[in-house]
Design a protein around this ligand. Sequence first.
Ligand code: IPM
Ligand code: MG
Length: 365
Amino acid sequence: MTHANILAVSGDGIGPEIMVEARKVADWFVARRGLDLHFEEALVGGVAIEAIGRPIAEETIEQARRADAVLFACAGGPDWDFLEPGKRAGDGLLRLRRELNLFANLRPVKMFDALVDSSALKPEAVRGVDLVIIRELVGGIYFGEPRGIEPLGNHDQRGFNTETYSSPEVRRVGDVAFRLARARGGHVHSVDKANVLEASQVWRTAMTEFHASTHSDVPLHHMLVDNCALQIVRRPSQFDVMVMGNMFGDILSDCAAALTGSIGMLPSASIGAAREDGRYHGLYEPIHGTAPDIAGQGIANPSAMILSLAMLFDYSLGLREEAAMITAAIERVLADGLRTADLARPGEASVSTSTFGDAVVAALG
Ligand code: IPM
Ligand code: MG
């Protein structure tokens, strides 16, 4: 029997509403498949700022370390996103990623057949798209030093951040990408801005050398980030596994999300090095944010959250079959025509977050 301790973080905005639906799915596996899942809850983000004055408590970081995995909804909102560095809502999540050394963020972009007409792109361009963006998550400009804001007098300021990558940082995330591509029988695009940035030159050199020494059986292509943005919307089917630095991954994964019909469909897994049993300590979260504009209305799409639970099952608990069951259940619900508001086309009826979640549970069997 699988025992697991999971730290659940509902966070802000639509977070609590979508987390409820993921927990319903988890409960089904407890009741019907005999999984022994123990959930603890913690506050991160704006809710933590309101409660304790900081976006995350040290104890929460320890709790996350002790847990087998963290299931994270979303954190942030206009009230807390623009405070001073270290105190912003998103800083709670950034600290979790960094303290747990979750250096690889996997963002699968898989087109469900039932949604080809909901995509921003033409059906023939997006049908069958199945790619994975691997975003380096604990380095690059997000964490580079020096960083700061200095006064220039007369109310003028200068803001600065540092984009930085070292060869070992590139190799460890490259390793995740090459292994995944090999397992999928696919290929890797490494994305950078090596025509301008030194950090990207190191990235490209390290990726090329590591590929030649360790993974030369997996086809590798290099692509500049601006061209990559163009190619994602022009011909997404050319991509399989894509690996890139932190900020490029942040931007291009939102861009790729538009392919699938809604950013509300996309889960992610943030993992570190594999443990001996081949499983990962990880944090699993939708790639969308808190959507404050629709929070509390019960209309958010819980798919990305539920699919994040599926990734947790797969990567942290080794429950591959159960993970596939969850994906298949979502697929069935979509094929049956159920749509949350973000997916409904003009004139099409939409269902609530909880109706959609209940349908996913029903589709499990
Ligand atoms: C994401 C988000 C976060 C990021 C924010 C909330 C800090 O946009 O996970 O893509 O920039 O990494
Ligand atoms: Mg983002």
